[in-house]
Design a protein around this ligand. Structure first.
Ligand SMILES: [Mn+2]
Length: 357
C-alpha cells in the first residue's frame, strides 16, 4: 500500500564525528549508573538501512536552516539551534530502556520547500524503522517535513499538535513556503488527497496572530488552546479537546520554543511576553500526549542561540526532549511491570511482598 521510499537528498549530511556534531559532556566513567547521553548515543548514516527498532528509540536529526525564518522576515540564528541543543543534551543521565541514535543533519537546499522535502525523506526512513525522529531546529518550516515524512511512512496524514504562540497557518506566498506556513502546507496536502486535516494549536497568543489567521484556523477546523488552558484545573478539559482533535490519527508533535514566556525562552526569533511556563500543567499535557503512544515524531523549533541568555532557551529545549525520553521509559517500565504482574497473578495469589513495583 505504501509508496516506494524516497531516495536521500544531497543536502542530507550523515553524522561525521567532530565536524557537525557536538555530543560531549561530563564523563564519570563507563558504568551504567553514571553514563550520560554523549556516551550512550549511537551514530548512524541513513544511507545504510536502519534496523528495526523495538525499544523506544529516539533518532536525532538536525534541521540546520533558518531560510524559512528569513523568508518570513524573522530574526536569524536558528540554523545554529541543532548544535546548541546537542551540546545541552550531552551531559543528561542515560535513561534505561531508551536508545539514542544521532542521524545527522539536513542542510539548506535551493529553496525552503526543497529543504522540507529533504527532511521528509529522512523522517520517513526513521519512522519506517519504528523509531521516533526528534528534529532539532531550526526554523519552524521543519514542521511540514516532519508531517510529510510521517504521512509517507504510514500512508495517512498524522494529526498536527503544535505548542506555539503562532498558528503558522499563513497563506503560502508566490515565492514559496516559509517558517509561518508549515501547517498551511499540511492542510493543503490533506485537501489535495481528501484526507482530514487535524490540527491542535496549544498556547496560541491573540497578540501574535492577525484576525485573518484565526479565521483560517476556523476554516481549517483547528482546535485552539490559549495560555489560560494551561492551568492545572483546566488540564482535563484541554486533554479531552486535544484527544478529540487527534481522534484515531497518529501525531506529529511540534514544540516551537516561542510558546514559552520570554523569561524562559528569550532565545527565539519572536519572544513572547506572556507565554507558557514550563510548569506542572504544561508537563502534564506533554506527558499525556506521549502516553497516548500515538506520537510518531517530534520537532523542537526556532532555537536561536545568538539571542539566548545563558543558554536558557537551549536548556529548556533540551529538557523537553529529556522529558519526552523519560516518559517513554516510564511507559516501557509500566508495560513490563504489567506483564510481570499478570505472570505473577497466574502463578501465585496473595503474596504480601508483591506490592512494590
Ligand atoms: Mn511556529
Amino acid at each position: 500500500m505504501s509508496a516506494p521510499i524516497e531516495p536521500l537528498p544531497a543536502n542530507y549530511e550523515p553524522p561525521l564525528k567532530g565536524s557537525n556534531l557536538l555530543w560531549s559532556g561530563r564523563d564519570d566513567g563507563p558504568s551504567l549508573e553514571v553514563r550520560r547521553w554523549h556516551q550512550a548515543i549511537a551514530f548512524h548514516d541513513l544511507h545504510q538501512p536502519l534496523d528495526h527498532c523495538f525499544e523506544p528509540t529516539l533518532c536525532f536529526i538536525g534541521y540546520r536552516s533558518h531560510e524559512g525564518v528569513r523568508a518570513n522576515l524573522g530574526r536569524l540564528g536558528a540554523e545554529d539551534g541543532p548544535r546548541k541543543l546537542r551540546e545541552r543534551m550531552g551531559s543528561f543521565p542515560a535513561i534505561e530502556g531508551v536508545s539514542l541514535i544521532e542521524c545527522g543533519d539536513v542542510l539548506p537546499a535551493k529553496s525552503v520547500l526543497e529543504t522540507q522535502l529533504a527532511l521528509a525523506a529522512v523522517v520517513e526512513r526513521v519512522v519506517r524503522a519504528g523509531a521516533v525522529p526528534v528534529i532539532l531546529g531550526g526554523g519552524h518550516d521543519q514542521a511540514f517535513g516532519l508531517f510529510l515524512g510521517i504521512a509517507r511512512a504510514s500512508g495517512t496524514a498524522p494529526a498536527c499538535v503544535n505548542f506555539d504562540a503562532h498558528l503558522d497557518l499563513r497563506p503560502i506566498p508566490a515565492s514559496g513556503p516559509n517558517s509561518g506556513t508549515p501547517f498551511t502546507q499540511a492542510w493543503e496536502w490533506c485537501r489535495e488527497r481528501q484526507q482530514q486535516f487535524r490540527y491542535a494549536a496549544l498556547g496560541v497568543q491573540r497578540l501574535g496572530n492577525t484576525v485573518q489567521l484565526f479565521t483560517r484556523a476556523e476554516e481549517a477546523g483547528a482546535t485552539l488552546v490559549d495560555v489560560d488552558g494551561f492551568a492545572l484545573d483546566m488540564i482535563e478539559v484541554v486533554m479531552d479537546a486535544v484527544n478529540d482533535a487527534v481522534d484515531e490519527a497518529e501525531i506529529a508533535l511540534s514544540i516551537d520554543l516561542d510558546v514559552f514566556a520570554a523569561a524562559f525562552a528569550p532565545g527565539v526569533s519572536a519572544p513572547t511576553a506572556m507565554g507558557l511556563a514550563p510548569d506542572a500543567a504544561f508537563r502534564r499535557v506533554l506527558r499525556g500526549l506521549i502516553a497516548s503512544e500515538r506520537v510518531r515524531g517530534v520537532e523542537v523549533a526556532e532555537l536561536c542561540p545568538a539571542l539566548d541568555v545563558d543558554d536558557r532557551t537551549a536548556r529548556l529545549g533540551a529538557a523537553l526532549i529529556f522529558e519526552i525520553a523519560s516518559t517513554l521509559a516510564d511507559l516501557l517500565e509500566e508495560e513490563n511491570s504489567g506483564a510481570a504482574e499478570s505472570e505473577v497473578e497466574e502463578s501465585e495469589d496473595d503474596d504480601p511482598n508483591q506490592d512494590e513495583s
